[in-house]
Design a protein around this ligand. Structure first.
Ligand SMILES: Cc1ncc(COP(=O)(O)O)c(C=O)c1O
Length: 406
């Protein structure tokens, strides 16, 4: 049965529901007022609100303000971190095939060579054993991704990095609130790279943050993120008189705007409240979907804090009687937006052609990527929205597999 046929069967007597947009951010009045105040101040670019957002973010992560740098995306954060790391051209960086293309593209744009290490099938995070197996004499860094907000095995990863003298750049796009054994994600490696993209746990529309333990490396990343200029525009044009800048290296245009920070400041102030809401939705999904033939996400590991960024189920056609893509269509027909995080990186033609990668080389990521579906998890969802999602998943699968909801 196609998604459209399922819609006709299940929607026969129900009035049309509003479309539930996947990852819709929860924007409140404080952000709106701050954006207006920023507009009225006429300081739109990098200025006092970015400085405040950096301070607030540093405090949230238990860092000094000299250990953070705001940028305009996590992609920029990853790129600039790897340039600031000063690795030799072509050096190999080991990362996961179960990530957004940005993680791999940033490695390539930094003039480095991505090498993939498969994920653990249960946690969907990079498998330390696979990292170890992927090390060559040219390996210089590891780029783990705290997938869906679950921390990677940082003790094992840092031990490998220590043994082989590798840098570690943590992709924390999903992991603002994540901790591992009491320590914040993004504070283990040389750099942590965060995203404030529109669907993330803190949003600024587009935006990112670099964290790092070495203030000199962060200072370099900051300079690289604004053309390689030694002083930023806020200091140049402020009320303390004109300051000349010097270009000290060929940098990029990656700075965050005050308009973005105006949103982020207030989002960050509510980050834990929003996480609690997502945790409640996550737990409700776990309970309600437990009797269905779908794969559910692994429970958070002890002594960790999960950021609950994504709730992903696995739709195995053999068990569910419906393919993943038909399931996506059927959810869409129920007017529920879903996501795919992610098709494994080597499924994409560019990487296959450039690196000769085949998805079968990383079988866990390949299988997950072909079966995974992200259900809505925004703190904006009402209880009724959550029940609607559960009802739709149950109805689609009941049609196909005869299994029911709890
Ligand atoms: C794992 C991961 N890495 C990197 C990025 C890139 O983030 P941004 O969109 O802020 O550049 C994303 C964003 O979707 C992501 O999910």
């Amino acid at each position: 049965m196609t998604g459209t046929q399922i819609e006709h069967t299940m929607n026969a007597s129900t009035p049309e529901q509003p479309f539930l947009i996947f990852g819709s951010p929860l924007i409140e009045q404080a952000e709106i007022d701050e954006v207006v105040a920023c507009m009225e101040s006429a300081w739109l670019g990098t200025g006092p609100r970015v400085a405040r957002f950096e301070n607030d973010f540093a405090r949230y992560q238990g860092l000094q303000s000299s250990q953070v740098a705001a940028v305009n995306s996590c992609t920029a954060a990853l790129h600039v971190s790897m340039v600031a790391a000063g690795l030799e051209p072509g050096a190999e960086v080991i990362t996961t095939p179960m990530t957004f293309c940005a993680s791999v593209n940033a490695i390539i744009h930094a003039g480095l060579t991505p090498v993939l290490a498969d994920v653990d099938p249960a946690t969907q995070c990079i498998d330390p054993g696979a990292i170890e197996a992927a090390i060559t004499p040219r390996t210089r860094a590891i780029l783990p991704v705290h997938f869906a907000g679950r921390p990677c095995e940082m003790d094992a990863i840092m031990a490998i990095a220590g043994k082989h003298h590798l840098m570690v750049i943590e992709d924390c796009a999903h992991a603002i609130e994540t901790t591992y054994r009491g320590r914040k994600a993004g504070t283990f490696g040389d750099f942590g790279c965060f995203s404030f993209y529109a669907t993330k746990n803190v949003v600024t529309g587009e935006g990112g943050m670099i964290t790092g333990r070495d203030e000199a490396l962060i200072a370099r990343a900051k300079v690289l993120a604004l053309h390689g200029m030694s002083k930023d525009a806020w200091h140049r044009f402020g009320d303390r008189g004109y300051r000349h800048y010097q270009v000290v290296e060929a940098g990029f245009k990656y700075n965050m705007m005050d308009l973005q920070a105006a949103i982020g400041m207030h989002q960050l102030a509510r980050v834990d409240r929003n996480r609690e809401r997502r945790e409640a939705i996550w737990n409700r999904y776990m309970e309600a979907l437990a009797g269905l033939p779908v794969g559910l996400p692994a429970q958070p590991a002890p002594d960790t804090k999960h950021a609950y960024h994504l709730f992903t189920i696995l739709v195995d056609e053999a068990r569910c009687g419906i393919s993943r893509d038909a399931f996506l269509d059927a959810m869409n027909a129920q007017r529920i937006g879903t996501g795919v995080h992610y098709l494994a990186v080597p499924e994409h033609p560019y990487y296959r052609q450039r690196f000769g990668w085949r998805p079968e080389q990383w079988p866990n990521a390949m299988r997950i990527g072909r079966q995974t579906v992200s259900l809505p998890l925004s703190p904006k969802l009402t209880d009724a929205d959550v029940e609607r999602v559960i009802g739709a998943v149950g109805a689609i699968l009941a049609h196909k597999s005869g299994h029911g909801l709890r």
